[in-house]
Design a protein around this ligand. Structure first.
Ligand code: E4P
Length: 266
């Protein structure tokens, strides 16, 4: 698996040297509090004041792009920048937001080939991605919890999907009261393994990137998945466990978790 850092923290990205990085609004809010981004925050706010409309929304968009640009000076691959979650059920507004993000990146000298627009895997988000991909704007479909969302994304021809692990496990823990899941019966791991198997057995070119990890066992159980996006804390734990971060995640193996077990029975 290629290692992706799930963070906007530039120091962490320097430390772990991932292939790509993924951001989302809460990660950017955290990053915006770091001293090295204070100038970017000021500039984003002054720029937003000249744009009219919702200043905070405009500034967030600008800041996401400035942080994305910084990240791209370090990672060799791609950065994912998310569309405002309030637009997740509005295809047209999502497409417009994504086009604006790409325009802002291009104004900063960053080509669209280095950016993935992150959209929620709602019906409307997937429809937006299908339109954007036709314009050469590549998309990362996130908040993906089920096989049917994955099938719709495959059929829409999106560049990358981010099926979630941890939030599925959180839900199972809360609803069953069980707290003893292992990587082998973790319903989030089983869901991603099953989605990965579906994509690969049918030859879909979409990249499958496991996301939303809660522990290193989940990550190791999904080694072999195309990419894995991992928080700095878990990257550190992996490094502590293995000495070298990527060892053990680079083997091209089929995920160990058995994909046959339907999620509903997990
Ligand atoms: C990545 O694309 C996601 O934003 C991230 O992995 C979500 O993780 P969480 O469930 O810990 O918020």
């Amino acid at each position: 698996s290629l290692v992706v850092a799930d963070t906007g923290d530039i120091e962490a990205i320097r430390r772990y040297q991932p292939q790509d990085a993924t951001t989302n609004p809460s990660l950017l809010l955290k990053a915006a509090q770091l001293p090295q981004y204070q100038q970017h925050v000021k500039e984003a706010l002054s720029w937003a004041e000249t744009q009219g409309g919702d200043v905070i929304a405009q500034a967030s968009m600008k800041l996401a792009v400035s942080i994305g640009k910084e990240i791209l000076q370090i990672v060799p691959g791609l950065v994912s920048t998310e569309v405002d979650a309030r637009l997740s059920f509005d295809t047209r507004a999502s497409v417009e937001y994504a086009r604006r993000l790409i325009t802002l990146y291009e104004q900063e000298g960053v080509g669209r080939e280095r950016v993935l627009i992150k959209l929620a895997s709602t019906w409307e988000g997937i429809a937006a991605a299908s339109l954007l991909e036709k314009e050469g704007i590549r998309c990362n479909l996130t908040l993906l919890f089920s096989q049917c969302q994955a099938v719709a994304c495959a059929e829409a021809g999106v560049t990358l999907i981010s099926p979630f692990v941890g939030r599925i496990l959180d839900w199972y823990k809360a609803s069953t009261g069980r707290d003893d899941y292992t990587a082998q019966d973790d319903p989030g791991v089983l869901s991603v393994a099953s989605i990965y198997e579906y994509y690969k057995s049918r030859g879909y070119p979409t990249i499958v990137m496991g996301a939303s990890f809660r522990n290193t066992g989940e990550i190791e159980a999904l080694a072999g998945c195309d990419r894995l996006t991992i928080s700095p804390q878990l990257l550190q734990e992996l490094q502590d466990d293995k000495g070298e971060l990527a060892s053990g995640l680079n083997e091209d193996v089929v995920p160990q978790a058995k994909p046959e077990q339907p999620l509903s029975e997990a």
